[in-house]
Design a protein around this ligand. Structure first.
Ligand code: G16
Ligand code: MG
Length: 217
């Protein structure tokens, strides 16, 4: 059988959250806003524009659209500085095991990410060629928990929503998969991702038997 296997990027394939944090924190400090690791949790899976709004809200900072645009560009330039230094050592544990197994079993592999930097990141860590299609922040206008990014992904793989499996580390992403009627697999703490159909701390806990079950069910 054939299913669509849709992967989120940040927090599932690579841990770019730490680079988003450093870049956002630099901006926050320059604006006199305190921005902690805990605050950063709320930005996971959230769009770039919305992330800035959340940070400005923390410091009750008001700004014009032009200022916001400038800060977004600045943050992204800093973020790209970190991305440029990435290599395949930053791929999270056993992600390659899962990607290779799906490839061997001729399953479509799709990226479903909110990031506008998804392609350069996949290139940097040398796995762009694993993906049959990429749906990212450049292709969709509605951010997770809206299911748009996953709906487009399933369509590109010519699969129904019921035959699509989504790997996600964010609550908003799990909700998006569920809303679409897809099978959600939470990657991260079960207590946080309790809406996911299945949950694993990371890919080291995902067996080939489990993947075969997903393919054949
Ligand atoms: C990622 C991150 C978010 C980030 C968003 C936009 O989403 O989780 O923190 O704000 O992309 O990223 P960029 O600024 O690179 O366009 P995902 O969906 O891959 O987890
Ligand atoms: Mg994510």
């Amino acid at each position: 059988k054939t299913k669509a296997f849709i992967f989120d990027l940040d927090g599932v394939i690579v841990d770019t959250a730490k680079y988003h944090f450093l870049a956002w924190q630099k901006l926050a400090v320059s604006l006199g806003i305190t921005f902690t690791h805990e605050d950063n949790e709320q930005l996971k899976g959230v769009s770039r524009v919305r992330s800035l709004e959340l940070i400005l809200g923390l410091g009750n900072v008001e700004a014009t659209e032009a200022q916001k645009e400038e800060w977004l560009v600045q943050k992204n330039e800093d973020y790209l500085g970190y991305i440029n230094k990435m290599d395949d050592s930053e791929i999270l544990p056993d992600v390659m095991k899962v990607l290779n197994f799906l490839k061997e079993n001729n399953q479509p592999i799709i990226l479903g990410s909110a990031s506008k930097n998804a392609r350069p990141i996949l290139e940097k860590v040398n796995i762009l060629h694993y993906f049959d299609d990429i749906v990212d922040g450049n292709d969709v206008s509605n951010a997770k928990p809206d299911p748009e990014v996953f709906l487009v992904g399933a369509k590109k793989a010519n699969q129904t929503n019921e035959n699509s499996i989504v790997f996600e580390d964010s609550v908003a992403g799990v909700q998006a998969a569920n809303v679409a009627g897809m099978i959600s697999v939470g990657i991260g703490e079960a207590s946080v991702l309790n809406e996911a159909k299945y949950n694993f701390n990371d890919f080291t806990e995902i067996s080939e038997e489990f993947l075969l079950e997903l393919i054949n069910q």
